[in-house]
Design a protein around this ligand. Structure first.
Ligand code: ZN
Length: 220
């Protein structure tokens, strides 16, 4: 199915589907669970537009390359072009806030990391980025106080809050825009709290931003 960014009220966003810029290890508890040190500067990587799918639809997990892990992350929809952005420009460019899954081929990623190779294939494959609809910025009173939660088959697996981010949203957008021009329709995934784990076909997932949105979906 073709994907188009849209808002929770059903309106289609008048924005193309662009790249997704992701940050690694933006929560200390998640860095610790994978025995990774906390990085001195943000670790950025990109998922292409071809990896984006609609999280409200059942999403496919590949089964031929080893374990696929879910990582539940607050997402930011960019509505304006940003280059070397200031925090004020970054804030004005936010068109929506949602939730997304940074699906990761964990075994493949580990093998690639061991060899010092780019981990691109483990993060950027087709379907690697299910995205929810977005709420508008005026619906979010404090970007740095948003609860993020994932239940899998009725069991709470991830629970965090954007207050615990090592790199806050606006500095993260600014830092990203120093390296990559952000275009309208791009998305930032802001990192995952602890609790990541495997997702398999048949699993039912509910991802939530506290008080803002909740998406129930299924892996196939
Ligand atoms: Zn992630």
């Amino acid at each position: 199915m073709s994907y188009n960014h849209r808002f929770l009220d059903g309106r289609r966003a008048d924005l193309p589907t662009g790249k997704v810029i992701c940050i690694g290890r933006n929560y200390a508890d998640h860095a610790a669970e994978l025995n990774n040190p906390i990085p001195a500067e943000p670790i950025l990587f990109i998922k292409p537009a071809s990896s984006v799918v609609d999280m409200t639809e059942p999403f496919a997990v590949p089964t031929q390359w080893g374990e696929v892990h879910f990582e539940t992350e607050m997402s930011i929809l960019i509505g304006r072009r940003l280059q070397q952005a200031t925090e004020a420009e970054a804030e004005a460019a936010i068109a929506g806030i949602g939730i997304g899954l940074d699906l990761t081929l964990r075994e493949l990623q580990s093998r690639l990391k061991e060899k010092g190779h780019p981990w691109e294939k483990s993060k950027a494959f087709d379907g690697a980025c299910p995205l929810s609809p977005f709420v508008t910025p005026d619906q979010v009173s404090d970007l740095q106080d948003v609860g993020v939660k994932l239940t899998v088959n009725g069991e709470l697996r991830q629970q965090g809050n954007s207050a615990l981010m090592l790199n806050r949203v606006l500095p993260l957008i600014c830092h990203s825009s120093e390296f990559f021009t952000l275009e309208p329709g791009d998305v930032i995934l802001t990192g995952t709290p602890a609790g990541v784990g495997p997702v398999e076909p048949g699993d039912q997932l509910t991802a939530e931003l506290d008080g803002l949105l909740s998406v129930t979906t299924r892996a196939i």
